[in-house]
Structure formats: structure tokens, C-alpha cells
Write a protein that binds this ligand. Structure first.
Ligand SMILES: [Zn+2]
Length: 127
């Protein structure tokens, strides 16, 4: 009886892990992108808290991402931002690492390396 209870709990945890953490599995991320992101993080000198990375088409639709989102290609991440100083340090790091496609949201910074899109741009998500 307790064994089944224990088994159920573990299967539930496994289900949650696979459902919600699959999206940030960096196996789907472009390795060159991740290497560059690491350089940016080192230069910024603060932790990068990633709120979104690779997205499956289904997940992208759920979160209202663009149809041709760089997240679908494993070429983008969203980094959480908690203060204006963090925003500054993150952008400084990204520019240092050579990123040139940056989107500024209220609570996050999107960065991607999608060469099919316009280079050298910074946009916002303000409504
Ligand atoms: Zn994004």
C-alpha cells in the first residue's frame, strides 16, 4: 500500500519535471548561443535567471510568442530583470559579448542570435 503511494508520488514528480522543465533543457539550445550568453553573464557579473529558452511550437503558442520566434530555434532566451541596475548590467554584458538583437520587457530582457532577422536592433515589449 505505502509502496504504491510512494510510487504515485514519484511518478507525479517525474511528470511535473518532464512537463515543466523540458522547455529549459539546454540540449535544444544552440551551443554557440549558450557560449556567447556565458561570456555576457561573466561580463555582467550577475546571475542570469532564464525565464524562457527553447520553446516547442505548442509552448510558444501558449505563451503568445511570435510565429517565427527565435525561441523555436533554440536561439533565444529571456532573462529576468528585477531592477534598473540589473537591466543595465545585463545589457552591458550582452553588448560586450556581441549580441545585437535585444528586446526590453518590463520584467525581462529577450536576447537572440537569429540571423534571419534584422541585425543591430533593440526593441521593447511595452504596451
Ligand atoms: Zn524572448
Amino acid at each position: 500500500m505505502w509502496f504504491y503511494f510512494w510510487l504515485c508520488i514519484n511518478l507525479f514528480i517525474f511528470y511535473i519535471m518532464t512537463k515543466y522543465f523540458k522547455e529549459i533543457d539546454d540540449g535544444n539550445m544552440n551551443q554557440e548561443f549558450l557560449a556567447k550568453l556565458d561570456i555576457a553573464r561573466g561580463h555582467a557579473g550577475i546571475p542570469f535567471v532564464i525565464s524562457s529558452a527553447y520553446r516547442t511550437p505548442e509552448h510558444n503558442e501558449e505563451v503568445g510568442g511570435a510565429k517565427d520566434s527565435a525561441h523555436l530555434k533554440g536561439l533565444a532566451v529571456d532573462i529576468k530583470v528585477y531592477s534598473s541596475n540589473q537591466r543595465y548590467e545585463i545589457i552591458r554584458g550582452l553588448l560586450f559579448a556581441g549580441f545585437h538583437r535585444i528586446g526590453i520587457g518590463k520584467t525581462f530582457i529577450h536576447v537572440d542570435m537569429d540571423s534571419s532577422k534584422a541585425p543591430r536592433v533593440i526593441w521593447d515589449y511595452y504596451k
